[in-house]
Design a protein around this ligand. Structure first.
Ligand code: ATP
Ligand code: MG
Length: 570
C-alpha cells in the first residue's frame, strides 16, 4: 500500500488531524502498550459510500502509519436489513480503496459472549427484564427537560431476571413482550442513560450468518463497546452522532469483566452537496428504481464512483483533502471532481471521439486513399508515445463545430471558412447539404500543404477533432450530471412536505447513441479512462463490456463547468 499512496497522504509535513495527534500522544506516553488498534465497523445493510471512505481512510490510514492494526468488523446485529450481498460488496470496496484488514470479524460471532456478559450484568443487579411495551417505554422515558420514571419491573430479583432472560432466549415470549434493559439512571440528563434496551426479541427473521439460532438480538449500543473490547481496539473512531452515546459505551465496559477499555473519539461525518448519503436514502433510490442500482455511476457509493471512473487514489486523495475534524461541514462536489480530474489530466491518454456526428466529405481527397497520421497519446507526457490515426475522404466532426450563421467570435467551421483538423490538414467548407432544413453533410476541400504546417498567407485559428467515417467505431456515450438539483436534497423542501426524491435531476443521465470513436478506443479495457479531446474524461463501462457496441461513461468534464450552466455545450 505504501508505494501506492497519493502525494497528499505520503507528505510527511501535512498537518496531522486531531485524532492522529491524540494517538501520537498516547503512543509517546506508552499508553495501550504502545500499540494502536482500530476497526472499521459497517453494518451490512447497503453498499459503502464516499462518507464511509472517509472513515476507512482514517481507520486504516492510522493503522498503516503507526504500524498498528485495523479490523474490518461487520456490525450485523439487525438481521432484518442485512444481507450477504452487502457483506461481499463491502469487502470488495474496502480492498479496492486500497486497504486490507488485519482481521475480519462479525459482531454476530460474539452473540454467545454478549449473552454471557448480559447475564453478568443481571447478576450484578445492573440489568433487568422489563415488560413495558415500546409505547410505555417511550412514555416512561421523559423528555430533554423532564426526567423519566422508573419501570415498575425495575426491582425484579436477580433470580427472576436470570430466569426471564433465559426464557427470552428460549423463545417463550412473543416480539415486544419484554426487553432486557440496563439499570442506570432514569433521571440522567443524557437520555441514552435512561435504562437503555440491551436486548430485544425478534422471532421469524433470518440472520445472514446465525440463521434462526437466536430470537433475541443485542442492541448496537450494547454490542459495539464489547465487540471493540474483545478485539483489543485502542481507539474506537466514530462519527459525532455517537458522542452522546459515549457515556453508555463506557458504562457497559465499566460494569462487566473485560480487560480492554477502548477510547471512543468522535469526528464529523462527511456531507457532500447534491447527493444523499445515508444508506436508508440510497436504498430507496435503488428500490424505487430511481437509479439503475447500487453501482449506478450517479450514486455516491464506492461501486458507483468506480463505475463512473473514479480511481482508488482519487478517493484517497479526496479524503486526505477534506481532513478530519469535529466541525460539521458540507463539502462541495467540485472538490471530489477535481481529485479525479487532476489525476486523469496527468495520466489519461488523449483520444478523439465525436459525440454528435456530422458527416464531412473532402471532395478533393482521393476516393480510396487512407493516410496514417501520427498523434501523441498525451502531448504533455511524450513518454506515453504516439498512435496512428487513419484519415480518409469521409470523416465525422462534432455537429456543434459547424455553424451556418455563426455568432461573432466563432472560430470553428462556417460556410466558406477554414478550420484545422487536429493532427491533420486544414479544410474549407464549400457546400452545406440540408434535408428538411437540417444540416446533414458538409462538402469540403483540403489543402495538402497544411499537414503540420500553416497555410501560406492565411490564419486558421480553430482546431477541431474528427474521426474517419470508414475507420471510426459506433459507440454509446453516457453523460452524467448531478443526481439532484438542490445542494441539500435531504433537507430542502422539508417544510413544504417535500421529499429528497422530489429534487432528482431529470437530466442526470443523457445517453448519446450515435457517437463515433477513433479505432484505438474500441480496444479499451473495462475501467480504462481517456480524455476525449475537447469533451472531457471518459471511462469504458466496466459492467457492460459484453455488449457489441462499446459504452463510455463521462467521468468528469474538462473544466469545472457546472457553475456556468448557461455556457454548457451539451
Ligand atoms: P448510514 O447512515 O449511511 O447507514 P451508518 O453510520 O449507519 O451510515 P455504518 O455502516 O454503521 O453506517 O457505518 C460504518 C462506519 O462508517 C461508522 O463508523 C460510521 O460512523 C462511518 N460513516 C458512515 N457514514 C459516514 C460519513 N458520512 N462520514 C464519515 N463516516 C461515516
Ligand atoms: Mg447504521
Amino acid at each position: 500500500m505504501s508505494d501506492d499512496r497519493t502525494l497528499e497522504e505520503a507528505s510527511a509535513d501535512r498537518p496531522k488531524n486531531f485524532i492522529r495527534q491524540i494517538i501520537e500522544a498516547d503512543l509517546a506516553a506508552g499508553h495501550k502498550n504502545g500499540k494502536v488498534a482500530t476497526r472499521f465497523p459497517p453494518e451490512p445493510n447497503g453498499y459503502l459510500h464516499i462518507g464511509h471512505a472517509k472513515s476507512i481512510c482514517l481507520n486504516f490510514g492510522v493503522a498503516r502509519d503507526y504500524h498498528g492494526t485495523c479490523n474490518l468488523r461487520f456490525d450485523d446485529t439487525n438481521p432484518s436489513k442485512e444481507d450477504q450481498e452487502f457483506v461481499d460488496a463491502i469487502r470488495r470496496d474496502v480492498r479496492w480503496i486500497g486497504f486490507d484488514w488485519s482481521a475480519l470479524h462479525f459482531a454476530s460471532d460474539y452473540f454467545e459472549k454478549l449473552y454471557d456478559y448480559a447475564v453478568e450484568l443481571i447478576r450484578g443487579g445492573k440489568a433487568f427484564v422489563c415488560d413495558l411495551s415500546a409505547d410505555e417505554v417511550r412514555e416512561y422515558r421523559g423528555t430533554l427537560t423532564e426526567p423519566g420514571r422508573n419501570s415498575p419491573w425495575r426491582e425484579r430479583s436477580v433470580e427472576e431476571n436470570l430466569d426471564l432472560f433465559a426464557r427470552m432466549r428460549a423463545g417463550e415470549f412473543i416480539d415486544g413482550a419484554c426487553t432486557l434493559r440496563a439499570k442506570i439512571d432514569m433521571a440522567s440528563p443524557n437520555i441514552n442513560l435512561r435504562d437503555p434496551a440491551l436486548y430485544r426479541i425478534r422471532h421469524g427473521v433470518h440472520h445472514h450468518r446465525t440463521g434462526t439460532a437466536w430470537v433475541i438480538y443485542p442492541t448496537y449500543d450494547y454490542t459495539h463497546p464489547i465487540s471493540d473490547a474483545l478485539e483489543g481496539i485502542t481507539h474506537s473512531l466514530c462519527t459525532l452522532e455517537f458522542e452522546a452515546h459515549r457515556p453508555l459505551y463506557d458504562w457497559v465496559l465499566d460494569n462487566i469483566t473485560i480487560a480492554c477499555h477502548p477510547q471512543q473519539i468522535e469526528f464529523s461525518r462527511l456531507n457532500l452537496q447534491y447527493t444523499v448519503m445515508s444508506k436508508r436514502r440510497l436504498t430507496r433510490l435503488v428500490d424505487e428504481g430511481l437509479v439503475e442500482g447500487w453501482d449506478d455511476p450517479r450514486m455516491p457509493t464506492i461501486a458507483g464512483l468506480r463505475r463512473r471512473g473514479y480511481t482508488p487514489a482519487s478517493i484517497r486523495e479526496f479524503c486526505a483533502r477534506i481532513g478530519v475534524t469535529k466541525a460539521e461541514n458540507l463539502v462541495e462536489m467540485e472538490l471530489l471532481e477535481s481529485c479525479i480530474r487532476e489525476e486523469l489530466n496527468a495520466s489519461a491518454p488523449r483520444r478523439m471521439a465525436v459525440l454528435h456526428p456530422l458527416r464531412v466529405v473532402i471532395e478533393n481527397y482521393p476516393q480510396e486513399q487512407v493516410e496514417m497520421l501520427e498523434a501523441a497519446n498525451h502531448p504533455q507526457d511524450l513518454a506515453q508515445g504516439t498512435r496512428q490515426l487513419p484519415f480518409a475522404r469521409e470523416i465525422y466532426i462534432e455537429a456543434g463545430d459547424f455553424m451556418e450563421q455563426p455568432p461573432k467570435g466563432f472560430k470553428r467551421l462556417v460556410p466558406g471558412g477554414e478550420v484545422r483538423l487536429r493532427y491533420g490538414y486544414v479544410i474549407r467548407c464549400d457546400e452545406v447539404i440540408k434535408e428538411h432544413g437540417e444540416v446533414i453533410e458538409l462538402r469540403c476541400s483540403y489543402d495538402p500543404a497544411t499537414l503540420g504546417a500553416d497555410p501560406l498567407g492565411r490564419k486558421v485559428k480553430g482546431v477541431i477533432h474528427w474521426v474517419s467515417a470508414r475507420h471510426g467505431v459506433a459507440a454509446e456515450v453516457r453523460l452524467y450530471d448531478r443526481l439532484f438539483t438542490h445542494p441539500l436534497p435531504d433537507t430542502a423542501g422539508r417544510d413544504e412536505g417535500k421529499d429528497f426524491t422530489d429534487f432528482i435531476n431529470p437530466d442526470s443521465l443523457r445517453t448519446l447513441t450515435r457517437s463515433i470513436i477513433e479505432p484505438a478506443l474500441a480496444q479499451a479495457g473495462a475501467g480504462e479512462s481517456f480524455q476525449f479531446e475537447r469533451e472531457g474524461y471518459f471511462v469504458r463501462d466496466e459492467t457492460l463490456l459484453a455488449l457489441p457496441r462499446p459504452i463510455f461513461n463521462r467521468v468528469v468534464t474538462l473544466r469545472d463547468t457546472w457553475a456556468k450552466v448557461a455556457g454548457r455545450r451539451e
